[in-house]
Design a protein. Sequence first.
Lengths: 293, 370
Amino acid sequence: MSVATQDTAIRTGRVTRTLIYLVLVLFALFYMLPLYVMVVNSVKPLEEITGGGMMNLPVVFTLEPWAKAWSSAQIGVEPTGLSPYFWNSIKMVVPAVAISTVLGALNGYVLTKWRFKYDTIVFGLILFACFIPFQIVLIPMAKMLGLMGLAGTTWGLVLVHVVYGVGFTTLYFRNYYAVFPTELIRAAQIDGAGFFQIFWRILLPSSGPIAVVSIIWQFTNIWNDFLFGASFAGAGSQPMTVALNNLVQASHGVKEYNVHFAGAILAALPTLLVYIVAGRYFVRGLMAGSVKG
Amino acid sequence: MGFLDIDNTTKSYGAVEVLHKVDISVQEGEFLVLVGPSGCGKSTLLNMIAGLEEITSGEIRIKDAVMNGVHPSKRNIAMVFQSYALYPNMTVGQNITFGLEMHGTPKPERDKAMKDVASLLQIEQLLDRKPGALSGGQRQRVAMGRALVRNPDVFLFDEPLSNLDAKLRVDMRTEIKKLHQKLGTTIVYVTHDQIEAMTLSTRIAVMNGGYVQQLGTPQEIYDAPANIFVATFMGSPAMNVLPAKVEIENGRPTAQVILHDGSTVSLPFSQDNMKDWAGKEILLGIRPETITDEDAADRKSSNIAHMTNRIVVTEPAGSDTFVTMTLGGKDVIARMRSDANVQAGADFTFAVNMEKAVAFDPKTEARIAP
Ligand SMILES: Nc1ncnc2c1ncn2[C@@H]1O[C@H](COP(=O)(O)OP(=O)(O)OP(=O)(O)O)[C@@H](O)[C@H]1O
Ligand SMILES: [Mg+2]
């Protein structure tokens, strides 16, 4: 492995190499800067920020802003902190990711292994869903949710995100299954496995990499979504992003920047965690199928 | 009625008919090989027997039960695929028993069946491995084990040896033949390798362009090919086919063939019905191994003809030496003993076993004799 890499890597002199690293380090620092600002300011008292020391390390270290953002900050009219909204988001994201991923896998399975007349047209239409801007569907979606009695509920949001995500998950799984050997499906048919048995026993166990791609993609998109949350959520179902906005936009009292920073980090943590846990499969899954072996 | 009947079966994709009225009846315990060039419809026919492809018209019956529309798992067939199609996420043992599990066989019985098959194929030590950790030959065995364990009425093989290297292919060929002799099951086997077809089969169906060109025992196919396609497809090197004119000499029909220098040699036919072609052009088929030196000529043959012709090229191949000459305006290959005294550029007297010669109608390309 290392031998091969050495052989194929472009040979560079010491000076060029140093230059490359210098540039890379600079870029890294530049990209880390916002995170640095958020972290240091979330652990200092408010006076240190209003005193004009945004870039300084904290003089007095305190976790008070974090505690406040989580459990007692004023969100809208209630001093509940972000915690109830965090759970709202979890209750929305987990089923939405699970359902859209399973549906995408099933669609991919049918579109590649149970071909039917006009299946490419169906796939084209599903793909089309990936390109519809959010804003266009807002009003019809509100109407539909109302008709179904799901307006303002977590399940309403789950439905919206599933509908929106299924285009992407179908695309991922279809392309992944397109290179999955059809002979395996045929062998399983002869062995007597039915439609769902083939799916569960043969196809899904080999779908790890693409499932990770689908889960990461869906999780980050749904967790970070603001527009649908702001448009369709009711008082009891508002997600984290909407609550964070309400926290930061509060029009009365002092602006507690340290609490805002802590809240923003809290809102970003779950996606960060998903990337760290599953990230190395992400690239692998995206590349799968493009290169054999 | 046979054990497996393919009755006037056709297959169309849209408006294109890829199999035309195939009619084959297979007896119990037979080893039928479907052979033909790429794209001739072998796999399609096999998949129709398996139930993986629909039958456009006609009927397929197994043990007199009509199989049209019957699900693959309900036909009591087992199939070995070209790519082996082993389930990558399961161990060898699970691969072998998956079919039994799907058919609701209880675990103790499954385990016993697995052990029996594993010992038959000598793969006991591999049962806990995943297919990814097996060699090509081992995968091949596992794929056969998966088929055997079901104890099916008919085995279907789709080019099972084509992914193996040459040596392993020969070994596995013998193994499959042994297995068939031992178990006596009915087998339909697809290959495009004519040697596999000859060595394994009890009967061969030679296919081309969606038609069965000839159905018969290996001997029939080899000695009396139905037409020029079958004659040249089966056998290696291929049968020599050259133009000749039929003339009667001393009351006997003969083939007049032009030698390298433009002179004519007269090769007498063994078949009297060639008289009907007197004065007409035909195509003469001569297998390379029936052109030899005088000493190696078949002593049992009642009809050895001689001709002296110029040798163009000699190709020693160890056990044989292949000799190329110009005959009837074509390159004609003779298969000689390796110690035959042949030299390129020299004239040589060949012995031709005309008892084995085949004649074809130049218009229809069908066989007219024997
Ligand atoms: N789904 C399909 N749609 C249209 N034509 C098809 C389809 N599947 C196969 N064919 C055609 O049917 C013919 C027979 O194909 P088949 O796979 O049976 O060939 P084969 O004899 O097995 O060849 P090979 O030795 O290459 O495997 C080919 O001409 C092929 O192009
Ligand atoms: Mg084929």
